[in-house]
Structures are given as C-alpha cells and as structure tokens.
Design a protein around this ligand. Structure first.
Ligand SMILES: CC(=O)N[C@H]1[C@@H](OP(=O)(O)OP(=O)(O)OC[C@H]2O[C@@H](n3ccc(=O)[nH]c3=O)[C@H](O)[C@@H]2O)O[C@H](CO)[C@@H](O)[C@@H]1O[C@H](C)C(=O)N[C@@H](C)C(=O)N[C@H](CCC(=O)O)C(=O)O
Ligand SMILES: Nc1ncnc2c1ncn2[C@@H]1O[C@H](COP(=O)(O)OP(=O)(O)OP(=O)(O)O)[C@@H](O)[C@H]1O
Ligand SMILES: N[C@H](CCC[C@H](N)C(=O)O)C(=O)O
Ligand SMILES: [Mg+2]
Length: 486
C-alpha cells in the first residue's frame, strides 16, 4: 500500500484533479488487470489507445488515472493526473510504487541485436559462481537466486520489471542483469531505472517492421546509453560499425571490448573447435566451453563487465571457462551414426551467418551442412529473403519451414523466404510447412558425419499459431529422430 503523493514523486504532471492523499493498492496499465484501489495509467499503444479504456478501468475499481488527454467527463471520485507522456509516467510510478529497487542493487543492462541473452545469462551464472546473490531478466527466463520465473518478453513491462527487481532486493541480491530490447527502450519500459552499467553487443538487421528504418532502430538502442548516469559504465563492442556511435552522447564512463580494433579489453582467438574456444583474453590463455567467434565477443563482453564491476581477474576467468550460457544457443547432440544436430536461436540474418560460418570453420572434413530454417510471423518481413539467402550460401541443403507463424499464413512466409534463394541453389532447397516433417526430412537426408542446423527457435518449447502456443521443441524433435539414426 502506497500513498499517491509518494508514487508520483518526480513525476512532471500538468494538472492534478483530486487529492494526492489517497492510498493506492496497485498500478495497472491494462484496464482488465485493474483491482479496486488501483492507479490506471492510460498508454497509447501500437494497436489501441489505453485512453479508450479509462471508463472500464474505473468500473473495475481504479481510483486514480494518469493520462495524456483528460476524458470529456471526469468524476470527482477519481483522481486525474495529466502528463505529457504516459509511458514515461508509467516507468516513474512503477519504480516509485516498488520503492525504486534498481537503486538498491547493481543493475546491468545488455542491449544489441544479438547476444543479449547470452551475455546476461553468462553474467548471472558468473556472479552466482563468484558467490553473489543475483537476478536475471531474459528472453529465456527470469531468475532470482536460482528460482525460475517464466518470462514473456525479452524486457518485461515497467510494472513487472520493478516487481521483479523488488523481489531481487528482498532476496538480498547484489546484482541484477537484464536484457534491454529496442522495443523496451522505445516504449519506455526502462524509464526511471538506475543502471550501474550498460553493455552493447552489436547492431544488425532486425525489427524493421517496428522501427521502420535502421537509423531509428539504431537511435532506439543509443537512447539506452544516452540515459545512463555519469557514475555508470557504458561498455561497447569496438569492432561493431556502430559501437562508437552508441556511446557518442553518454554521460557514463566509456569502455570498449574488441577482437580486431583498439579496445580497453582485448581478446584473440587461438583455437575455435566444436568443443570450445581457446582465447587469449586480456593477456591470459583460457579454454572456454562456448563455441564460435560470436561467443568470443560474448565472453569478452562478460569478462570486461566483470572487470568494470571490480571482480578478481583470475576468479572470473576460472569461473567463465566452465560456463555454457543460455539454453538453445548452439546446443548440439550426436546421433549413433555420428550425424550432428545443432539447435540455435539464430533468427536474424547476422545470427544465421554467424552460426553457419562457425559450423563451416570448425567442421573437420567436407561433411554436408543441412539447415532447417523458418521466419517468425508478425515480425520484420524484410529479413525473410535475406535469412533464406544466407542459409543457402552457407549450407549444402536447406529446408525452409515454419517458425512461429503467429497470425500469418505460413505458406506465404515461406514464399517470401524463397524469394531470397538463388535460382542455382533451388534444387538444393525444399519447402516443408510442418516443422516436425522438416526436421525429420533433414535427418533422412543426412549421412554419417553430416551436420544439421535447426535455426530460429532455440530454447522455445512451443510453436505459436494464431494465438495458440502448441508444444514444440527443436531439441526434442532431433532427439526423437536421432534415436533411429544407427
Ligand atoms: C508491439 C509491442 O511491442 N507491443 C507491446 C506493447 O503493447 P501495445 O502498445 O501493442 O498495446 P496495445 O494493445 O496497443 O494497448 C495499448 C494500451 O491499452 C491497454 N488496454 C488494451 C486493451 C484493453 O482492454 N484495456 C487496456 O487497458 C493496454 O494494456 C496498453 O497499455 O506494450 C505491451 C506492454 O509492455 C507489450 O506486452 C506489448 O508486447 C507485445 C505483446 C509483443 O509481442 N512485443 C514484442 C514485439 C516485443 O516487445 N519484443 C521484444 C523483444 C524483441 C527482440 O529484441 O528480440 C521484447 O522485449 O520482448
Ligand atoms: N555476439 C553475437 N553476435 C552475433 N550473433 C550472435 C551473438 N551472440 C549470439 N548470436 C547469435 O544470435 C542468436 C541469439 O542469441 P541471443 O539469444 O544471445 O541474442 P538476443 O540478443 O538475446 O536475442 P533476442 O533479441 O531474441 O532477445 C544465437 O543463437 C546466435 O546464433
Ligand atoms: N524476440 C524475438 C524472438 C524471435 C524468435 C523467432 N522464433 C520468431 O518467432 O520470430 C522477437 O520477438 O522478434
Ligand atoms: Mg534475448
């Protein structure tokens, strides 16, 4: 229970109708979740306008409303606060309602197109191994000291973020590691959070359905660093074309990591095999269990973050060398007849290229690479032909299939992918809508030693079709087929 006056601390409002001296039981931005005594924040969304649900929120028991436009009729029994930006206001009131938990632990945010889950998860695993109590907010799952809390988003809404951070604080956490998606930044989900540091991974093609242009996507990511306080660190990947741009206007301490260019934290790949990476990292030679050049970047980013958080170098490297990262990222199994299956969450052109070039670099002979890949529905359509093209360029055979069709026709998504296939490669490509059949076909086509990459869904244990999530697990599918490959 909190007083309205406490909850609106720091909120710039242009008008208050009513008294700030009322008790608020909960905050909600969805009228359907309003409980009696709540404050309802009306946010203009991408589909509907929350202002249209103010009446419903009041019917459900809201006693205070934050909005950008006052309704035509207001009732004296409900407090109304007018603000310029309700999404920003939501971040402020959510943080205040939970007593600003981000200020009570060291919160590190990770942003970029690919690698966020991997870096945030490795940081969480590393810091737990170093003996700290920690929390994690990630695409795969949220965790507080080992307790798993299912996640619905890469970065949850402001109420959920602050609620989870408050639970971390109550559980004695010293650190919180979270992914910061570009959607979250532009929708102000991270407003009013106090970060101890921010990490940039890379910026490549994704989410242009939402941001429309690459520049707007870039600026959304950059806004995270622009908002960091001056006592935080801002760590960037200096090998990424936009690495320096990200930190251009930050007040935080600027630090960098890289394999190729000048950087504060440097590493060199000495060996890159299926069993792992040998890196010379900050002058030390260390074996890691993670595979591929992109993971050299992730490991270096994690190492640099740990150094910026003043951890002991030897302990960090020893612990990091044991870690395997997040579920569904370059996970592999071998069939009795030595066919290798890899499940990876590559769902952007760059990730597909990275994972396939890694497979290419580390395969021993001329084993065939068979890729099973689809693209998500209700997501960036422009990446579809590029992902298919990239898959074809780096594979011997490609099976185009469904990812999460969501509300789209899967056959149409596949058609859009087919447009990226070079005519000369067409005969090495087959389209199979049913993902189960697609994986089965890949297994039937594989000879001993061949490598099957099943890309795009990683840890996801469902396939979303028209709002229904049906159980589907790429690794389970491979395991079932592999039993018979003798
Ligand atoms: C496109 C998008 O990002 N949408 C997010 C956004 O919802 P929205 O703006 O579409 O909401 P809306 O449906 O237009 O509704 C507007 C407002 O009216 C309210 N409302 C609506 C109906 C009603 O009956 N009553 C009511 O009060 C809603 O609660 C909302 O406040 O704000 C919601 C609350 O934070 C999010 O749950 C929702 O995520 C949707 C479900 C989603 O799928 N988002 C994906 C694309 C996403 O965010 N992905 C990123 C990861 C991307 C990546 O890097 O890979 C993520 O962070 O997960
Ligand atoms: N540093 C990296 N650079 C490029 N590609 C990477 C990197 N790290 C991981 N990948 C590729 O991207 C995929 C997704 O990785 P990860 O889940 O860590 O990214 P993410 O940024 O969390 O993605 P999302 O936007 O869905 O949350 C991996 O399965 C791998 O194929
Ligand atoms: N966080 C990403 C996940 C994409 C995963 C892929 N399997 C898909 O459904 O497109 C998104 O929401 O765009
Ligand atoms: Mg993620």
């Amino acid at each position: 229970m909190r007083y309205l006056s406490d909850i609106i601390d720091g909120l710039a409002f242009t008008e208050l109708q009513g008294s700030a001296d009322v008790e608020i039981t909960a905050i909600a931005f969805d009228s359907r979740k309003v409980i009696p005594g709540s404050m309802f924040v009306a946010v203009k969304g991408t589909v509907v306008d929350g202002h249209d649900y103010i009446d419903q929120a009041i019917k459900n028991g809201a006693i205070a409303v934050i909005c950008e436009d006052l309704p035509a009729r207001t009732t004296g029994e409900v407090d109304f606060l007018m603000v310029a930006d309700s999404a920003v206001a939501l971040g402020i009131v959510a943080a205040n309602f939970y007593d600003n938990p981000s200020q009570k632990l060291k919160l590190v945010g990770v942003t970029g197109t690919n690698g966020k889950t991997t870096i945030a998860t490795l940081l969480y695993q590393l810091f737990r191994d170093l003996g700290y109590k920690c929390g994690l907010l990630s695409t795969v799952e949220n965790q507080i000291n080992g307790k798993v809390i299912p996640s619905t988003h890469t970065t949850p809404d402001p109420i959920e973020i602050n609620k989870l951070l408050a639970e971390m604080v109550d559980s004695g956490c010293d650190y919180g590691f979270m992914e910061v998606s570009s959607h979250a930044i532009s929708q102000k989900r991270i407003e009013h959070l106090v970060f101890a540091g921010g990490v940039f991974t890379n910026l490549t093609h994704d989410h242009l359905d939402y941001h429309k242009t690459f520049l707007r996507y870039l600026n959304a990511k950059k806004a995270f660093f622009d908002g960091l306080p001056k006592d935080a660190f801002a760590l960037t990947n200096s090998d990424d074309k936009n690495g320096n741009v990200m930190l251009q206007n930050t007040a935080a301490h600027k630090k960098s990591y890289g394999l190729k260019t000048m950087a504060d934290y440097k590493a060199r790949i000495l060996e890159n095999q299926f069993s792992g990476l040998l890196l010379q990292i900050d002058g030390e030679e260390v074996w890691f269990k993670m595979v591929g050049t992109f993971n050299a970047y992730n490991l270096l980013g994690v190492y640099a973050t740990a150094m910026l958080l003043e951890q002991d170098k030897a302990k960090v490297l020893t612990s990091l060398s044991k870690l395997t990262g997040a579920e569904g990222r370059f996970e592999y199994i071998t069939a009795p007849n030595k066919v290798v299956g890899i499940v990876d969450y590559a769902h952007t052109p760059d990730a597909v290229q990275n994972v396939l070039s890694t497979i290419h670099d580390i395969r021993k002979g001329n084993e065939k690479v068979i890729t099973v890949i689809g693209c998500g529905g209700d997501r960036d359509k422009t990446k579809r032909p590029i992902m298919a093209k990239t898959a074809c360029e780096w594979s011997d055979k490609v099976i185009l299939t469904s990812d999460n069709p969501r509300t789209e026709d899967p056959a149409q998504i596949i058609k859009e992918m087919e447009e990226g296939v070079d005519p000369a490669f067409k005969r090495h490509t087959v389209s199979i809508i049913d993902r189960h059949e697609a994986i089965k076909t890949a297994c039937m086509l594989a000879n001993p030693g061949d490598i099957i990459l099943v890309a795009g869904k990683g840890h996801e244990n469902y396939q979303e079709i028209n709002g229904v999530k049906n159980h589907f697990d790429d690794m389970e599918e491979l395991e079932a087929q592999f039993k018979d490959l003798i």
